[in-house]
Design a protein around this ligand. Sequence first.
Ligand code: ZN
Length: 246
Amino acid sequence: MVMNEFEIFKSMINHSRNIVFFTGAGISVPSGIPDFRSADGLYNQKSKYTYSPEEIVSHTYYMNHKEDFYEFYKAKMVYPTAKPNLAHKYIASLENNKHVTVITQNIDGLHQEAGSSNVIELHGSVKRNYCEKCHAFYDDKFIMAQAGVPKCPKCGGDIKPDVVLYEESLDEENINNAIQAIMKADTLVVIGTSLVVYPAAGFIRYFKGNALICINKTKTSYDSMCDLVINDDIINVIKNIDEKGI
Ligand code: ZN
């Protein structure tokens, strides 16, 4: 019998003991969270200049235009009512009988909400926000309820999201943990990222395991490296595999 791509995927997962899932924006799109990089440039009232999403979500922009930064951030990056979808839940369910590490470029916290306990958030999380002065912690709902730049009720300082902005460096411990996890994995599943966002592309080189699986709606430049490529919607992939017995 010839197996289709879904059956091959299921078989590869069944034969794995230590799996790393590397996820990007594509896994959260079905939860109603579009990739903020696809947003239209925001018109900056003060400078009369249109900035790209990447420019707005940069350290320089944050420091110089906090109010405009927060306008974009609240509109395009924080989705307090978004819920984990089938794919987040499927990954979490595998923890029942496998060692699972999730490395994500997403900042939405949906892997943890789905039940994954071992998540490395390379770019931080909108769920965590800190006062720049006294470092008091605030959640995303607090941020969304504030008009303009959120202020710390304790000391009046500006509150900054625990999100890695462009020009800011990634947490080194996170990077090391991610590389260690990939080096130890027997299966690496890349979902919903074209791997062009730093440092994703470099990570794949550390994988020495048996099966590299890439699931993305469209073709990517690393497809030729993969043992299995599925160019399909991740929800459709999960629906097509029988979750029982995995
Ligand atoms: Zn404070």
